[in-house]
Design a protein around this ligand. Sequence first.
Ligand code: R5P
Length: 262
Amino acid sequence: MDWGMQHRLANIIPPNSGRAVMLAVDHGYFLGPTSGLEEPGKTVAPLLPYADSLMLTRGVLRQCVDPASRIPVVLRVSGGTSILTELSNEDITVSIEDAVRLNVSALALSIFVGTENERRTLANLAKLVDLGEHYGIPVLAVTAVGKDMARDARYLSLCCRIAAELGARIVKTYYCEGFEEVVGGCPVPLVIAGGKKIEERAALQLAHDAVSRGAVGVDMGRNIFQSSNPVGMIRAVRQVVHENRTPDEAFRFLTGLRGAAA
Ligand code: R5P
């Protein structure tokens, strides 16, 4: 693996812990102004000191993130659909030249296994991997799940393995019952999405269960930026992911911050 590729991967998964807290704020690319991200710049700025990397689109990156922040960027480069249509109908939406200009640490693209656009999104992944490898930029594949598809270990193992076989350097998936099976079948590092907003204690448990069963970390969005205390929440997630704190310890830290603020 060349130096640039290794350097970028180390930006995403810091070698001191081998774990990653990625902050996902790319939701607007198909959801529009998601709750908590109406003004992405305001949401993101206080969270940056606690994120290892930031996952977002180039539009929000250019307009809302200070280039002097030095945050490693995971650039969402697939899209072209909205919540109103068929989500799997994605294309690659950013040229590799623009990704290089933006100095990104990784490129992120969704695959939709088992949908009518399976072949197209997998071919997009393979094409993006060729481009990324040429410039030393890792590709993170997101195993997107159609509305009616089960997020079980059998299905997610299939998606993650296909993504890795096609050359993704990191795979983002969902946590599920039997997650060890998903990890065991995937030869590259896995991170989990947080999913819909749930209680903070439960989100910390989710992060803990994922890393203790082999994920290298989280690529979490709504459970951080929709929290009543986003900075406290990302700090609590860091404790679980990087410091192996229990969900109870991290939750006590979070509620302690609330108590201090009150
Ligand atoms: C979905 O495809 C997007 O890439 C989100 O970044 C992802 O779902 C992670 O965000 P959340 O933790 O809110 O699910």
